[in-house]
Design a protein around this ligand. Structure first.
Ligand code: NAD
Ligand code: TYD
Length: 352
């Protein structure tokens, strides 16, 4: 094996796509997937990769400093791609400490473990921190987030991600730890936990439940297909420059209500319903506290410097995504049983 990569959060949504891509594309790399398997982590997401000879899974929690040191001592990774995180804004509003503990403290434990293991010999080493565009705050008057937009996080989730980004840069500056950071817009695709907008709406459309649109549905997100994000992570990990930040986005802004209407139209067609039938499920509900109005990424740096751009259109990606959820009903059933029901009742009450 040429090198050993530690990918954290590999049992989650984006992480599982990154693990799959790396396991298949780099048979000469040893890929260690480190994940605590929280409610969001699911090894079913990796059934097609788990028997590959270059893949290993380690169940460990990044909040556990000793466990992180042990993983580095045992597996001796020379690269880290760090995706493990608490990732849902609504959960960060009801339980902010979980976000501090995993996203901030957990990231610092991982940085310490890398620094300790690499002992100042940084040749061929790289710590890649995967972050979000939400650290830049909310756009109100047009414009786009660039890599030099000042940080202005507005939710406990984005504040915790911003703090983790700052720690990564501080370790680069202070200890010369070689790092790269990327800040990406909203992802969609297969294997996304149905607490996030698109899979939640697909699941509710399928099961005939209300489609809970927050506020007036006028908030805007820039959607990127998860496999395009994974390709960007591959390009940045291999070709990005140390100490640099790369914004990743889909050039694909949608108001929530327009996106939900589009999903309704797709589902009418796929489920053989009369046009307009699914849209009857749309229900406006109380807005999210402190709801960011608009995110939009200027992804020109990664296009110019690393030659990455999105590979498929939103129409193609959304169609494939809906098809995946419809074809994988047992996956949705499994992840929406048990604890999901309690979460759903607490989040949406009798509006859901
Ligand atoms: P996810 O919630 O689907 O998966 C997170 C994974 O991390 C899960 O497998 C979970 O078990 C694991 N995890 C959580 N806490 C852990 C802990 N303490 N120790 C070890 N593992 C733990 O998240 P996602 O949507 O795949 O996001 C992955 C990363 O990408 C996150 O860092 C997130 O901030 C970032 N990101 C996400 C998006 C998006 O649209 N989903 C956009 C930009 C950036
Ligand atoms: P989400 O998928 O939670 O991503 P983020 O908040 O990180 O951008 O939400 C995307 C948008 O959809 C956001 O503006 C909130 C909105 N939303 C709803 O209107 N209803 C819902 O049930 C959810 C989960 C989100």
């Amino acid at each position: 094996m040429d090198r050993t990569l530690l990918i954290t959060g590999g049992a989650g949504f984006i992480g599982s796509h990154v693990v799959r891509l790396f396991v298949k594309k780099y048979p000469h790399y040893r890929i260690i997937n480190l994940d605590a398997l929280t409610y969001a982590g699911n090894l079913e997401n990796l059934r097609d990769a788990e028997h590959a000879p270059n893949y290993a899974f380690v169940r460990a929690d990044i909040r556990d400093a000793a466990a992180m040191a042990n993983v580095f001592a045992q597996h001796k990774p020379d690269g880290v791609i760090h995706l493990a995180a608490e990732s849902h804004v609504d959960r960060s509003i009801s339980d902010p400490m979980a976000f501090v503990e995993t996203n901030v403290t957990g990231t610092v434990h991982l940085l310490n473990a890398a620094r300790e293991a690499w002992k100042g010999v940084f040749d061929g080493k790289r710590f890649y921190h995967v972050s979000t565009d939400e650290v830049y705050g909310s756009l109100h008057d047009g414009g786009f987030f660039t890599e030099s937009t000042p940080y202005d996080p507005q939710s406990p989730y984005s504040a915790s991600k911003a703090a983790s980004d700052h720690f990564v840069r501080a370790y680069g500056n202070t200890y010369k730890l070689p790092f790269v950071i990327s800040n990406c817009s909203n992802n969609y695709g297969s294997h996304q936990f149905p607490e996030k907008l698109i899979p939640l709406m697909i699941h509710n459309l399928r099961t005939g439940k209300p489609l809970p649109v927050y506020g007036k549905g006028e908030n805007v997100r820039d959607w990127l297909w998860v496999e395009d994000h994974s390709r960007a992570i591959d390009v940045i990990f291999h070709q990005g420059l140390n100490g640099e930040t790369y914004n990743i986005g889909g050039h694909n802004e949608w108001k929530n209500i327009d996106l939900v209407q589009l999903l309704c139209a797709i589902m009418d067609r796929k489920l053989g319903r009369a046009p307009g039938e699914s849209a009857k499920q749309i229900t406006y509900v109380t807005d999210r506290a402190g709801h960011d109005l608009r995110y939009a990424i200027d992804a020109s740096k990664i296009a110019r410097e690393l030659g990455w751009k999105p590979g498929i259109t939103f129409e193609q990606g959304l169609e494939q995504t809906v098809d995946w959820y419809l074809a994988n009903d047992p996956w949705l059933q499994a992840v929406t049983s048990g604890a999901y029901r309690d979460y759903y009742a607490a989040q949406y009450g009798d509006r859901g």
